[in-house]
Design a protein around this ligand. Structure first.
Ligand SMILES: NC(=O)c1ccc[n+]([C@@H]2O[C@H](COP(=O)([O-])OP(=O)(O)OC[C@H]3O[C@@H](n4cnc5c(N)ncnc54)[C@H](OP(=O)(O)O)[C@@H]3O)[C@@H](O)[C@H]2O)c1
Length: 137
């Protein structure tokens, strides 16, 4: 890998979004538009984007960021709605031609755990797996 190639997001958004409670919808829009612009003009490889499955990865970064925005809009204090996102892990589905490790049942565990969580549970978070806990941004 060259210095420009990163497994992780290494551009300005990594710093700007350090505090996920400060992320705005406008910033997410800008993130998407900047990536699409660099993709079109061919400069994206030096833009600090993740190099593995770049487009897919960026949609997940945006989704994770938007989880935080949406959670602030529909806070559990007022609406009794909890907003989170989670990674089901590498799962045997059509997406990867059934090459994943997790069964569908295993992949669903975090979602079920979140759905059945009593009031006061995670809100605006990204979870890797139930037992691994909440992942820092
Ligand atoms: N599988 C993994 O290892 C893995 C790992 C991490 C995250 N994920 C995430 O988990 C989520 C589900 O993925 P999966 O593995 O279950 O993939 P999948 O087996 O390919 O299923 C994708 C599902 O999304 C539906 N879909 C696709 N495009 C759509 C659209 N434009 N509007 C409405 N529905 C649409 C498909 O509907 P049809 O069947 O009708 O086409 C299908 O039911 C994805 O967000 C994926 O990124 C998966």
């Amino acid at each position: 890998m060259s210095n420009n190639e990163s497994q992780y997001l290494s551009n300005k958004y990594r710093d700007e979004w350090k505090d996920r409670d400060q992320i705005t919808e406008d910033q997410i829009e800008h993130f998407i538009q900047q990536y699409l612009g660099e993709l079109k003009d061919g400069t994206w490889k030096s833009g600090g984007w993740q190099h593995m499955y770049t487009g897919y990865s960026n949609t997940k970064v945006a989704l994770n960021a938007y989880t935080s925005v949406l959670a602030r809009e529909v806070g559990p204090e007022t609406e009794k709605v909890y907003v989170n996102c989670f990674n089901p892990g590498f799962t045997k589905t059509n997406l990867n031609d059934y090459q994943g490790h997790n069964t569908l049942e295993e992949a669903a565990m975090t979602g079920i755990w979140l759905a059945l969580h009593p009031p006061g549970g995670p809100h605006g978070k990204y979870l890797e797996q139930q037992n691994w806990g909440i992942t820092a941004w």
